[in-house]
Ligand binder design. Structure first.
Ligand code: SF4
Length: 212
């Protein structure tokens, strides 16, 4: 099985590897590597995001850290006991995840936040390895691309489990997949995703993690 995290200089997506090289030159103090999984060493919930943001995880090296997307995510995880400590949008803050691991479907920052289908497919080997390593009872997909990539990684038939915000899918491979719109600034600013909508999904996933 491939490793759960790619190597520092993963060459598999030429466009993203070139973008990484450009960013290292432009922003030498930033992380600018494939962003590794982050969270509990024995997760019961795996959250799958899309890809690092340029000034977020690509800058800080921790998923959903440094740009807006982490604000709602981590406040909600804390509310339901899936995180502790203080989130300061800095990997050196005191935030810790509880029973939870965060993984991106694509590990390198893509230009304009848009990975190509080939890049999503190529990076899936690390997602697959992560899911096979942990096999948690619950998954939370943030957005349709994460949902689709997670289903492919688990060998599920996508037609059986269509993406819908708030949906709960009992997977053939075991475990329950919860769907949410991505907690991006765009989605929250436009009202596509409200705090109440996000809390409803995360709250149910948290119940599953606790076996409730
Ligand atoms: S996106 Fe994934 S597969 Fe592609 S270069 Fe980055 S780490 Fe490698």
């Amino acid at each position: 099985m491939p490793p759960t995290n790619p190597p520092h200089d993963c060459p598999l997506c030429p466009r993203l590897a070139a973008f990484r090289t450009d960013n290292r030159r432009l922003y030498p103090d930033w992380f600018n590597d494939p962003v590794p999984n982050w969270g509990d060493a024995r997760p019961r919930l795996i959250i799958v995001g899309l890809a690092p943001g340029l000034r977020g995880a690509n800058r800080t090296g921790r998923p959903f850290t440094g740009d807006y997307a982490g604000v709602l995510l981590y406040a909600t995880l804390k509310k339901f006991g899936l995180a502790t400590g203080e989130f300061l949008a800095d990997p050196h803050d005191s935030l810790q995840l509880v029973n939870t691991l965060i993984v991106n479907a694509v590990r390198c920052v893509p230009p304009q936040n848009k990975p190509t289908p080939a890049e999503i497919r190529t990076c899936r080997q690390f997602l697959t390895a992560t899911l096979e390593t942990y096999r948690p009872p619950a998954y939370l997909a943030l957005g349709r691309i994460a949902h689709d990539s997670l289903l492919s990684a688990l060998g599920e038939r996508k037609a059986l489990f269509p993406f819908r915000h708030g949906a709960e899918h009992a997977l053939s491979a075991g475990g329950t997949l919860y769907d949410s719109y991505h907690c991006s600034r765009y989605n929250t600013n436009t009202g596509v995703l409200t705090t109440a909508m996000f809390e409803d999904v995360v709250g149910r996933a948290a119940q599953a993690v606790k076996g409730g």
